[in-house]
Structures are given as C-alpha cells and as structure tokens.
Unconditional design. Structure first.
Length: 210
C-alpha cells in the first residue's frame, strides 16, 4: 500500500517516459499470444502516462529510442497512441545516448530554475540489454553525483519480455550502483509482470524509495 505521507514525493515533479523501439520489441514471448513486447509496452505506456498526467498536468516528455532517438515534449495521455503510430521497432538498443539527453535536459532546466521542486522521474521501458552497458552505468553515476538528495532523480527500469540476460543486467544496475561509485542509488527495476501486481502510484514511488 502507498503511504499517504509519501505521496508528496511523486507530486511537484516532472515525468519522462523512455521507450525501447529496438527490433527485438516485435518478439512474442508467449506462444499462445499474438501480443508483441511492443503491444505490451504501449498498454503500459498509456497507463503510466494517464497516471503521470494527473500529477504533472502540463504533459510529460516521451522518448522513443533504438540506434537513434526521438523526443516528444508535453505529451498528454491521448497523444500516446499517435506517438506509437509514428514509430515501429527496428535497430539497436542505444540506451546510453537517450538517457544522457534526457538527464542533460533535466539539469539544464534545473540550472535555469525551470525544473519542478521535487525533481524528475525517468521511466524506461525496455526488453533487452543495452548496446553498451558500461556507458549506461557511467551516465547514471554521473547524474547521481550531480544531485543533492536521493529523491531528486528516480530512474525506473521497466522490463518487458523474458530476456534473462536483460533481467540480470538491470538487476545489477539496481543493486551495484553505489559500489560502482554513485553517491545515491537512483535506479529501481521492475518487470511488467511485477507491475501488474502494483498500483501505478506504487511504481512511481518505488522509483524513488527502493
């Protein structure tokens, strides 16, 4: 259950969704299902966007990434379907570059006094290991070492699909960040299956408190 005293942490902050559109997102993990990882990610993105929009009514930032990335600003939940319609899975999983851009954008707005008082949460929906896992860790550690308090930035890595190597990598990011030199552990990982047993406010809080 969500503690009412903790709800204020998810308010007065910005939300950014970063969605993997690499070629493997066309995979169907269950033989009995026609739903691809891309379809499942779209459903989850819409639900997250609807929840974030209630907290962040001026719209959220959405990135789609593979070998390159594309950014959409001020996205409301009703525009999520349009964003998906303009993209299709193909290419690699260059998570480091898109995460760098999203975090740089936050720190630029913070420097200009335009960031929300409580900071920002980044929700990354991905199905596989990134092309350069060490680069992703470097980007996250650099961001963790720029902030003043643990809850200022939260990065929630949401795994869609059943790739065991991806699960191991994401768990390592979650558990080994401080050992690798980060001032704060700003990463949380959750699978789509685990998300189904949680309320979306719980998912957003877990990104900050885990």
């Amino acid at each position: 259950m969500v503690d009412i005293s903790e709800i204020s942490l998810v308010e007065n902050r910005d939300y950014t969704l970063i969605i993997d559109k690499s070629g493997s997102m066309y995979t169907c993990d269950l033989p009995s299902s026609t739903k691809t990882r891309w379809d499942i990610a779209q459903e989850s993105t819409l639900a997250l966007a609807q929840t974030c929009e209630k907290i962040d009514p001026d719209g959220i930032t959405v990135y789609l990434f593979s070998g390159r990335f594309r950014r959409y600003d001020n996205v409301t939940a009703d525009k999520v379907t349009q964003v998906y319609a303009e993209n299709e899975p193909m290419g690699r999983t260059d998570l480091a570059a898109v995460l760098q851009d999203a975090l740089d954008n936050y720190f630029e707005r913070k420097a200009q006094g335009e960031a929300k008082p409580n900071g920002e949460t980044f929700l990354v929906i991905t199905d596989g290991e990134p092309d350069d896992g060490k680069a992703v860790m470097r980007v996250i550690i650099e961001a963790a070492n720029k902030i003043d308090r643990d809850e200022e930035i939260g990065i929630s890595l949401i795994q869609v699909g059943k790739d065991r190597k991806a699960t191991a990598y994401l768990k390592a990011l979650d558990n080994q960040l401080e050992q690798a030199g980060a001032k704060f552990d700003i990463v949380d990982t959750v699978t789509i299956d685990e998300m189904a047993t949680m309320s979306l406010p719980e998912v957003l809080l877990k990104a900050l408190l885990d």
